[in-house]
Design a protein around this ligand. Structure first.
Ligand SMILES: Nc1nc2c(c(=O)[nH]1)N=C([C@H](O)[C@H](O)COP(=O)(O)OP(=O)(O)OP(=O)(O)O)CN2
Ligand SMILES: [Zn+2]
Length: 123
């Protein structure tokens, strides 16, 4: 398999309100999020261009992220009543974008420079 990835950034607040009250993340706070989309293709399925997909085609994801998530409160932006953990955010983004980018194989989300969550469903 050949794999490409591209990194995107946004800032947002959230409350992890299903954590116990003593947990700092049960209070409203914010992160400078990093999201990485990973797309994959078999070598024989590469486009004539030699690309899995042109990175520039991911500009539409950047626009969506800016419109939907940047400087928003994730508890509202994500809806559905799921806690906006890094894990749920990665899975939510994957589910929203797999139809538009069928080569999508994983979404990674970082809330801090030291932490990453990844959603990579089995194929
Ligand atoms: N498995 C998960 N654990 C935690 C998540 C998460 O989404 N998934 N989220 C948080 C907080 O929202 C936030 O990310 C804080 O994380 P933490 O590593 O505690 O950040 P700190 O900067 O406080 O960590 P230091 O170790 O002090 O640098 C918590 N857990
Ligand atoms: Zn947090």
């Amino acid at each position: 398999m050949l794999t490409i990835s591209k990194e995107f950034h946004f800032s947002a607040s959230h409350v992890l309100d299903r954590l116990p009250g003593w947990h700092p993340c049960a209070r409203m706070h914010g992160h400078n999020y990093v999201v990485v989309l990973e797309l994959s293709a078999r070598r024989e399925d590469l486009a004539e261009t030699g690309f899995v997909r042109d990175y520039r085609e991911l500009d539409i994801f950047k626009k969506w992220m800016d419109d939907t998530l940047d400087h928003r409160h994730l508890n509202e932006a994500m809806g559905e009543g799921l806690p906006p953990s890094a894990e749920n955010l990665a899975a939510w983004i994957f589910d929203l974008w797999i139809e538009r980018f069928p080569e999508l194989t994983a979404v990674r989300v970082s809330e801090t420079p030291k932490t990453w969550a990844e959603y990579r469903p089995e194929r």
